[in-house]
Design a protein around this ligand. Structure first.
Ligand code: XLS
Ligand code: CA
Ligand code: CA
Length: 437
């Protein structure tokens, strides 16, 4: 076994008073909250692309990361060694899951068949390491955006061959995901959007995207892959407008194309804010419609306005996420995947531990606060009171379908004016939330 992190031993829970930076202060996998262990609440996952492939490069300069295990050659041998290092990291961290794109784990070959072979070779190591550690694959996906052949998109490309190549790539990615016991498969648009509407046949592109997803669903059925499919919204970047803009757009797309029974949402916090929403909004919107699948846990710097993919350390954010999850009964599939990268300046391997520990602790802290808010029950009661006009009288009758415009006109003509409105008490609500922090 490799020992890339020889100086780090298994990360333990030491409690809120601990000053040890390589220990959990809140995340205690065995601790039960609302009758469920923290491990099962979160189902934490490490994102292979950021944690093991991120090099810290940005548009202004090349990578900064110090990764002594990298040979510097992008070949299968290096990829296999990296996979073992990755599992050493995840095992020490205590993450039960990971996620990958096909091209994160194995190098792209000169031909499609060579790429398939490379992926099979690395998947063998991934499987061995999964068996050795018990770490599981939360979801797999295919990178349909990096290679120049996808310059116009993949499923929505103007070039039918790009669609075909992408189909071949996803077919293989589904086979490998199945082989590794993956519990899901994610579609993120990549370049599925447009830069300019003058040169774009939007209707044709969106129809092709639906066709592509149907082919994936059909193929999964054919090979017996029973994992959950996810659709991940992102409004822009790299394209100016992506078709998977936000949860509302995605849910509409799925329903309009008969995909609603096969695909749920994978919602990323940074993409929510890029769409001009809060993560709280996106999650609530997906969950209320029965589309809550999985979460890409990160945070976007609001002052920068692009997809910064930072580790989530904001306890207000994690509390809001956990409030929605608890309200809707938690994950049935999916989990909290840290689609997050260490900053360019945090180039040492140990920073990967600090980053994940901080994210896991922020979620555990948020879970405790969310559970306390729910146990107290004051907020829920105040919301119920706010809507109490719907519990009896005309409100209950409208909800029961007993009214029409005509009957409501009659009701109002007799009544004359509405019953006085009550205060929304937004500030009081916010003050009460603060008392739990
Ligand atoms: C990119 C996306 C991507 C998906 C998986 O912005 O977040 O990483 O999660 O393809
Ligand atoms: Ca993501
Ligand atoms: Ca992102």
């Amino acid at each position: 076994m490799s020992a890339a992190f020889a100086d780090v031993s298994k990360i333990k829970f030491e409690g809120p008073q601990s000053k040890n930076p390589l220990a959990f202060r809140h995340y205690n996998p065995e601790e039960k909250i609302e009758g469920k262990s923290m491990r099962d609440h979160f189902r934490f996952s490490v994102a292979y692309w950021h944690t093991f492939r991120g090099n810290g490069g940005d548009p202004f300069g090349p990578g900064t990361m110090h990764r002594p295990w990298e040979s510097g050659t992008d070949d299968v041998a290096n990829a296999c060694n990296r996979a073992r290092v990755g599992f050493e990291f995840m095992e020490k961290l205590g993450a039960p899951y990971y996620c990958f794109h096909d091209r994160d784990v194995a190098p792209e070959g000169k031909t499609l068949s060579e790429s398939h072979k490379n992926l099979d070779a690395v998947a063998k190591v991934l499987k061995e390491e999964q068996q050795r550690t018990g770490i599981k694959l939360l979801w797999g996906t295919a990178n349909l955006f990096s290679n120049p052949r996808y310059m116009h998109g993949a499923a929505t490309s103007c070039n039918a061959d790009a669609f075909a190549y992408a189909a071949a790539q996803v077919k293989k990615a589904l086979e490998v995901t199945k082989e590794l016991g993956g519990e899901g498969y994610t579609f993120w648009g990549g370049r599925e959007g447009y830069q300019c509407l003058y040169n774009t046949d939007m209707k044709r592109e969106v129809d092709h995207l639906a066709k592509f997803m149907h082919m994936a669903v059909d193929y999964a059925k054919q090979i017996g892959f029973t994992g959950q499919f996810y659709f991940e919204p992102k409004p822009k970047e790299p394209t100016k407008h992506q078709y998977d803009y936000d949860t509302a757009a995605c849910v509409n797309f799925l329903r309009a194309n008969g995909l609603q029974d096969h695909i749920k949402m994978n919602i990323e916090a940074n993409h929510a804010t890029l769409a001009g929403h809060s993560m709280h909004h996106e999650l609530e919107y997906a969950a209320m419609q029965g589309f809550l699948g999985s979460i890409d846990a990160n945070y976007g710097d609001l002052m920068l306005g692009w997809d910064t993919d930072q580790f989530p350390t904001d306890v207000y954010l994690t509390t809001q996420i956990m409030l929605v999850l608890l309200k809707y009964g938690g994950f049935t599939t999916g989990g909290l995947n840290f689609d997050a990268k260490v900053r360019r300046e945090s180039f040492e391997p140990v920073d990967l531990f600090y980053a994940h520990i901080g994210g896991m602790d922020a979620f555990a802290h948020g879970l405790k606060i969310a559970a306390a808010i729910r146990a107290d029950g004051r907020l829920k009661k105040m919301v119920e009171e706010r809507y109490s006009s719907w519990d009896s009288g005309v409100g209950a009758e409208i909800e029961a379908g007993k009214h029409s415009f005509a009957s409501l006109e009659k009701y109002m003509l007799e009544k004359g004016e509405i019953t006085a409105n009550k205060s929304g008490r937004q500030e009081l609500f916010e003050n009460i939330v603060n008392t739990y922090f």
